[in-house]
Write a protein that binds this ligand. Structure first.
Ligand code: PEP
Ligand code: MG
Length: 755
């Protein structure tokens, strides 16, 4: 066994490689020179570069020591052989006796059986494996830590060559390398529509171009300065009086990481191998990413994001490159790609240039999703790893209706999506023409179509869609987007603007529905085991009456001289509604005493979202002026299935006997009580579901503006009497069927009802 110190050391090797990188030769020649240099410097008989193609195979791109004829001929699957194992685990592998390893696979064409020891490292970028770099020796040899480090550093150079597209020039025709080929991903649908354009990364990755250091002491100094500047900036953000709640916690986590000894040690060690400070940060981060990406522990993955953010800040300090895309310099046809994004950040971009939005983490009910929907930007969410798989400027397509994303699509795929977009545009035009057509079924039953809103950007949709009223105004969005509690005057200003924008049309304001998944960054949070069943909505409002009182006062004042409708979310018993009514009446008296203009007509309603109300319907209907069903929550509580948990959210179907019987019971009792009832959850906005709701007796539905056209088109072709008889029979005689969706679909097709 021999353990030799590499000839000339890593610094000499890096210097040589720097020369090779700047030589005016083609990519194959450059790779060939690199493997020769590495083999000779590391006293290895073999050095080989395997590059991962977009079809998943690892192809031998260059070798010193193995048979030259195998270059571009030998391929391996991920997971196959030692090279495939490294690609799969994204971890280095050092073996004195490679042939003893269970994963060893013999490739006669390479002539590698004569080599005994093996050292391979993954070629990583942003945690993704782009290839594998290997050295081999004939004798039994134990590779030391320093050699592994050196090889990892060289793999960074190769990662840049692959990512820059340089190696694409020598790839076999029809193959792609370095994630540069077409790729199809699937996430969750968030906002309908198809967007074609070019990727703009919301948080552009800092591109580290200079990898080899000229002066190591200087790089150490640069790292120290950048670290201290970054720590100062985190400290000053923490000290800032306006930083509170979750944001503060995140910053404190950054501060902890910024002082983490292990992290700092790894950075310093990386610089000692002869690379620049920024290359060291990227190297250490890439390793951490690869390790944590494979972890299924959500806590670890969350920490990975903190670390990523920190590494990004540090790279930003070191290179002076921008941390966040500049919303002002957006190209036309931009498809915004972000890991996560705040709702306000999205509003900073110029809407007319945005063709789509792709998010790695945000789900359909996140704040940014709500804003994307209001802005009508085709959006897909929970698209895994998207921000690492695309490069700035890549051609990209997002289908917000299916959640599909196509990166660097081939011409035929692109054409198919263009056609889909054209068809959709044509359909939208048809819906536009229906704007002033009353929503009346073929047998003359009028259905009220209202819209859900919550932001100022929603308001123009009122006229565009011909919505009858705003059936649900989610007031919490203003609170969620503000940096601090909006005071009375700001709330008043918003509510007045909303009412002014809807002259002659009713607006139903819902009081604050926070808690659960809707968190205010500036409000103290309480750990709750089950936030959906916790301190939220009206529960919070009644326990913090000052908050609710100010909001109700703002609404009453904004509606001076006009009609006003207010509803209270998450009411679970009659007493809660009575308390909310009392509070409102006290506010009315207060305003009247102070000489304010009062609303002409005030209607107070109950949002029916908690199943307990199903057994006190008559009593609540006696108290309420109207009911509005929050089917998103009602169904989540009815089936005990978290609406935001992908594993269970689609497990039960509201279009089933229990779901529809509960909804029918509500509408039947409301009719007897002579009180209006509408439904304002997502259910009402899908044509098939809306058809079922009309069948069981609903005559008013409130939905996202984009859904009004499709639902109206369905209504115009529907026979309400006929569908009622059909659905009545369905829920009477098919109670054991977990979903009646298929039968309803067949019915609609047979009757020519468009869905
Ligand atoms: C609902 O629960 O259906 C509803 C309309 O309220 P939100 O989606 O805002 O909880
Ligand atoms: Mg709700």
């Amino acid at each position: 066994m021999t353990t030799r110190s590499p000839l000339g050391g890593p610094r000499l090797l890096l210097r040589r490689l720097r020369e090779v990188m700047s030589e005016p030769v083609n990519a194959q020649e450059r790779l060939d020179r690199i493997v020769v240099q590495v083999a000779s410097n590391m006293v290895a008989e073999v050095c080989s570069v395997y590059v991962q193609r977009s079809d998943g195979l690892l192809e031998l791109f260059a070798t010193e020591g193995l048979s030259r004829a195998a270059v571009h001929m030998t391929t391996m699957k991920v997971g196959e052989g030692l090279v495939g194992l490294i690609a799969k685990t994204a971890e280095p592998l050092a073996l004195p006796d490679a042939q003893d390893h269970p994963a060893f696979s013999y490739r006669p064409e390479t002539g590698e059986e004569i080599y005994q020891s093996f050292l391979g490292v993954p070629i990583l970028r942003g945690g993704n494996t782009l290839g594998v770099l290997v050295v081999q020796n004939q004798t039994k040899r134990v590779y030391n830590e320093e050699e592994i480090e050196v090889l990892e550093t060289i793999s960074m150079l190769l990662a840049e060559m692959i990512a820059s597209g340089e190696l694409q020039a020598i790839a076999k025709p029809g193959t792609n390398v370095g994630h540069r080929g077409p790729m199809a991903l699937k996430g969750l649908p968030i906002t309908d529509g198809v967007g074609l354009g070019y990727a703009v990364l919301h948080e552009p990755r800092v591109i580290v171009k200079k990898i080899v250091a000229e002066n190591i002491e200087l790089e150490e100094k640069r790292l120290d300065e950048a670290l201290s500047a970054m720590r100062d900036s985190i400290d000053s953000m923490i000290d800032d009086q306006t930083t509170r709640g979750e944001h503060l916690e995140v910053l404190e986590a950054y501060r902890m990481f910024a002082n983490d000894r292990g992290w700092l040690r790894r950075l310093r060690e990386a610089i000692k191998t002869g690379i620049t400070a920024e290359a060291a940060v990227e190297h250490v981060q890439s390793d951490a990413r690869a390790r944590m990406l494979r972890s299924t522990d959500p806590y670890l993955r969350e920490r990975l994001h903190d670390l990523d953010e920190l590494a990004n800040r540090l790279l930003h300090q070191l290179t002076g490159q921008e941390l966040v895309a500049s919303p002002d310099n957006l190209p036309d046809n931009a498809i915004l790609v972000a890991r996560t994004m705040g709702a306000t950040a999205l509003l900073d971009y110029e809407r007319s240039k945005l063709r789509g939005l792709i998010l790695e983490e945000a789900g359909p009910t996140s704040h940014v999703a709500i804003v994307a929907r209001a802005l009508g930007i085709p959006t897909a969410g929970e698209v895994e790893n998207i921000s690492d798989l695309v490069e700035q400027g890549d051609a990209i397509i997002v289908d917000g209706t299916t959640g599909e994303v196509q990166i660097r699509p081939q011409a035929n795929i692109e054409e198919a999506y263009r056609e889909k977009a054209r068809l959709r545009a044509r359909r939208q035009e048809q819906y536009q023409q229906l704007r002033n057509v009353p929503a009346v079924t073929k047998d003359g039953v009028a259905i009220g179509l209202h819209m859900n809103a919550g932001l100022l950007v929603d308001l123009p949709h009122m006229a565009e869609t011909g919505a009858q009223s705003i059936g649900l105004f989610r007031t919490e969005l203003q609170f969620m987007m503000a940096a601090e509690f909006p005071r009375l005057e700001r709330q008043y200003a918003l509510y007045k603007t909303v009412m002014d924008a809807a002259p002659g049309k009713a607006v139903t304001f819902r009081t604050l529905d926070i808690g659960g998944d809707k968190i205010l960054p500036y409000m103290a949070t309480y750990e709750e085991e089950n936030p959906a069943l916790g301190w939220r909505a009206i529960r919070l409002g009644l326990d913090r009456p000052a908050l609710l009182r100010v909001q109700v006062r703002a609404m009453l004042r904004a509606a001076g001289g006009r009609d006003l409708r207010i509803m209270f979310p998450m009411i679970a018993n009659v007493a809660e509604f009575e308390a909310a009514k009392d509070l409102t009446n006290r506010e009315l008296k207060h305003l009247s005493r102070h000489g304010y203009d009062l609303p002409n007509d005030l209607k107070l309603g109950v949002m029916l979202e908690v199943p307990s109300l199903l057994w006190q319907l008559d009593e609540i209907l006696e108290q309420a002026d109207f009911l509005s069903i929050g089917s998103n929550d009602l169904m989540q509580y009815l089936f005990a299935a978290d609406r935001d948990n992908r594993r269970v959210s689609n497990r039960y179907d509201p279009l089933s006997a229990p779901g529809l019987r509960a909804l029918k019971h509500i509408v039947d009792r409301s009719r007897i009580a002579g009180k209006p009832v509408t439904l304002c959850g997502e259910l009402g906005g899908k044509p098939l579901d809306a058809m079922a709701l009309i069948a069981i007796g609903y005559r008013g539905l409130s939905m996202a503006p984009a859904n009004i056209g499709p639902v109206k088109a369905m209504i115009l072709k529907l026979d309400a009497g006929n569908v009622s008889a059909f659905v009545d029979d369905l829920i009477e005689n098919n109670a054991s069927d977990p979903s009646l969706r298929a039968q309803l679909q067949t019915y609609a097709e047979a009757k020519g009802v468009p869905l």
